[in-house]
Design a binder for this molecule. Structure first.
Ligand code: ARG
Length: 460
């Protein structure tokens, strides 16, 4: 008979039973379920709601159940529907009637809310560790190439000179925000829902705060109806993970372009590349493409849960069981993506000579030529127009700005002097951009120091 079978005289239909069971996926929360039950039983004992001896027997029994699950000795069954009833059934089989006292003053509604929060909190930390590894990889590449000049693009057109180090640090800013977004999410969800019962709390004299302390929650939830029906923290997590995947996808997109023969800015290590079954010459950036592709499923997980929740009346509804697979999938996906991304970035070879060659074309020093004229006293708009004319002339004649003789430059603006060639050199163009957050070497070094400290503090 079902644990809830008291008022029923018929068995659940076989298909209906399998349809509504969640054990095949929620079994991954066995540890959270047992930890939560242990804290609950201990509190029931402290409060005299059950005897101390019964509480101890239950806790010892749960410890054995936990060990046996981990040894693979116990078999979950959909007859017991979900992880909560499977564990309770294991417990009662082990310690007898005392096990039936565990569920006093509790509902599966606050129990599942607790398990999910414990699970999500743990996984947020694991994902943050993965982000730190990715940040490490980006920082090492930045450190290795602080002077490697390359073009920055706007509209995917060569725009202005930066360095590869500066580029890697731009990516690291995205991941740094993802890290702190997850911290915000963690902070907000750090509340114990247990004690909310099915929806209206309970008549027993619970001590929720001691359970919160024991389970490592900062606070307790403030309203029983909300506590069992709130899945905001799952949606916030999925939002943060969607943004993180969007970032990984953007980086991967650039890496894929950079691996192409058209760019040849980087080369992936063979351990993170694949070949083609037909074209012998191919070396494909499949890992980066897959990360880009998997972004779609994480967005899907977010959309799925938003849609599940959009019309649910208070409080618990079984629809909410649909929160789990999407959340699990997003967590698994993000973790494996980060696990591949970090070493893929760490092991790639950067072709500094190709970066510099690309920077040498496309007039990315045109702004610097205008700035040179401004330093000679011209208003920026006039300087801009003069250099625009020079660019047009160069384009027609297949020349670069720095290849024009001084006489030609002076025809457009007499303000040009011999020192313009120095001003147009790529290294000057980069290193004159000393503004905080800019690409000059000193600024890149400062960014690296800031990132290093962030990683260090986060790991402390
Ligand atoms: N397996 C359920 C879920 O994941 C647990 C809560 C079930 N509660 C209920 N009253 N049916 O949401």
């Amino acid at each position: 008979m079902k644990l809830w079978g008291g008022r029923f005289t018929k068995e659940t239909d076989k298909v209906a039973n399998d349809f509504q069971a969640s054990i095949h996926f929620d079994q991954r929360m066995y540890k959270e379920d047992i930890t939560g039950s242990m804290a609950h039983a201990a509190m029931l004992g402290r409060q005299g709601i059950i005897t101390k001896e019964d509480a101890d027997t239950i806790i010892a029994g749960l410890a054995e159940v936990l060990a046996e699950i981990e040894e693979g000795k116990l078999e979950f069954t959909s007859d017991n529907e979900d992880i909560h009833m499977n564990v309770e059934t294991f417990l009662t089989a082990k310690i007898g009637a005392t096990g039936k006292r565990l569920h006093t003053a509790r509902s599966r509604n606050d129990q599942v809310a607790l398990d999910m929060r414990l699970y999500v909190k743990k996984e947020i930390c694991a994902i943050q560790d993965g982000i730190l590894d990715a940040l490490d990889a980006l920082m090492e590449q930045a450190k290795a190439h602080p002077r490697a000049v390359m073009p920055a693009y706007t509209h995917l057109q060569r725009a202005q000179p930066v360095t590869f180090g500066h580029y890697m640090l731009a990516w690291s800013e995205m991941l740094r925000r993802d890290f702190t977004r997850l911290s915000d999410c963690y902070e907000r969800m750090d509340e114990l829902p247990l004690g909310a019962g099915a929806c209206a709390s309970t008549t027993y004299p619970l001590d929720r705060r001691s359970v919160a302390d024991e389970l490592g929650f900062a606070r307790i939830t403030g309203n029983s109806l909300d506590a069992v029906s709130d899945r905001d923290y799952c949606i916030e997590l999925l939002s943060a993970l969607s943004i993180l995947m969007m970032h990984l996808s953007r980086m991967c997109e650039e890496l894929i372009m950079w691996c192409s023969w058209e760019f040849r800015f980087v080369e992936m290590d063979e351990s993170y590349s694949t070949g083609s079954s037909i074209m012998p010459q191919k070396k494909n950036p499949d890992m980066a493409e897959l990360i880009r592709g998997k972004t779609g499923r994480v967005y899907g997980d977010l959309m799925g849960l938003l849609t599940v929740m959009k019309s649910l009346p208070l409080a618990y509804n079984k629809d909410m069981q649909e929160d789990k697979e999407g959340v699990y999938d997003a967590i698994d996906t993000v973790k494996i993506c980060l696990e591949v991304f970090a070493p893929m970035v760490a092991t790639m070879t950067v072709r500094e000579e190709n970066l510099r060659a690309a920077a040498g074309h496309g007039f990315i020093n045109a702004t610097d030529a205008a700035d040179y004229l401004v330093r000679q006293g011209l208003p920026f708009r006039d300087a801009y127009t003069a250099v625009g004319k020079l660019v047009a002339y160069c384009s027609q004649n297949g020349k670069l700005l720095e290849e024009l003789p001084l006489s030609t430059l002076r025809e457009i603006s007499p303000a040009f002097g011999e020192d313009v060639y120095e001003a147009l050199s790529l290294d000057t163009c980069v290193n004159d951009r000393r503004v905080e957050g800019g690409p000059a070497e000193a600024s890149v070094m400062a960014q690296i120091a800031r990132l290093e400290k962030f990683i260090e503090d986060a790991r402390a």
